[in-house]
Write a protein that binds this ligand. Structure first.
Ligand code: HXC
Length: 263
């Protein structure tokens, strides 16, 4: 393998993961995906205390990730294509299963596998330069890293179908209007600062409760409401066995800020 394609840095409990292949607009080749899988399968690296949140972004202003690597895919057999799709799906699932929140910060292109990677984050922030789309059908492909499975949960089936069948690209304002993006910023710096501030705010809450609510939401998506309520009930029950719940409620009653033990 050549040089690493991920840049990692952590500050105050926030791990920033930057996809760094600027010559290919950060396209996801097998190397990037393998490095992401290895990173997400292990304990999140930290130079200080525990990681309480992740920012996922792309190097430079031109692209978050311009898709899966078209050059690599162009010569794949069906078996190789399936394995490549499975690798991308595994990475997106690992992101969803992290017990800490993940914010995708998008400047420039988030196309195809890039849009799919962003959608595996808990939510998406963008700059005004962001461009989203699922252009796979223009290449004779379909979304394969979870676009068919996830986009309709973000924006509803009507928008998901229109975006996937046309391959049309949309700007940040439209992505925000249809619910794909939570917030739009003027500059990349403002976006990254705001994502760090949101993660810092979440880090003041009970880490166990945040992780349980993340997995309850994840487990509920696409399920009938009765199944989703059963998942919520089981997670709610688990909070009563945590030090965080005892501390949070005691702190409220004592009119003092909580100091969560994190278990
Ligand atoms: C490989 C890519 C790439 C990609 C860009 N590049 N996107 N290489 N895979 N997805 C490379 C270009 O070949 C070029 O390399 C360099 O990055 C700069 O790109 P340009 O095209 O010269 O830039 P520009 O004219 O500004 O156009 C930007 C762009 C265009 C509109 C984003 O690059 C583009 O349409 N890219 C493909 C977008 C796409 O279709 N994504 C979906 C892929 S399918 P050189 O060496 O020429 O400088 C997918 C499937 C997911 O994601 C599921 C798989 C299972």
């Amino acid at each position: 393998m050549s040089d690493k394609t991920l840049l990692l840095s952590d500050d105050d409990g926030v791990l920033t993961v930057t996809v760094n292949r600027p010559n290919a607009l950060n396209a996801l080749n097998e190397q990037v995906l393998t490095e992401l899988r290895t990173l997400l399968e292990g304990p999140l690296p930290s130079t200080g205390g525990a990681i309480r949140g992740v920012i996922l972004t792309g190097a430079g202003e031109r692209a978050f990730v311009a898709g899966a690597d078209i050059k690599e895919m162009s010569v794949m057999t069906p078996d190789e294509g399936e394995a490549f799709g499975a690798l991308g799906q595994r990475v997106t699932r690992l992101l969803e299963e992290l017990p800490v929140p993940v914010i995708a910060c998008v400047s420039g292109y988030a196309l195809g596998g890039g849009c799919e990677l962003a959608m595996a984050a808990d939510f998406i922030y963008a700059t005004g330069s962001a461009v989203f789309g699922q252009p796979e059908v223009s290449l004779g492909l379909i979304p394969g890293f979870g676009g068919c499975a996830r986009l309709h949960h973000r924006v509803g089936p009507g928008w998901a179908r229109e975006l996937i069948y046309t391959g049309r690209k949309i700007d940040a304002a439209e992505a925000r209007r249809i619910g794909l993006v939570n917030r739009v910023f003027d500059t990349r710096e403002e976006m990254l600062d705001s994502a760090a501030a949101t993660l810092a705010e979440i880090a003041t809450r009970s880490p166990v409760a945040v992780a349980l609510s993340k997995s309850a939401i994840d487990g509920s998506i696409g399920r009938p409401v009765t199944d989703a309520l059963a998942i919520e009930k089981a997670a709610f029950r688990r909070t009563f066995a945590t030090g965080d719940m005892r501390e949070g409620t005691a702190a409220f009653l004592a009119k003092r800020p909580p100091s969560f033990p994190g278990h």
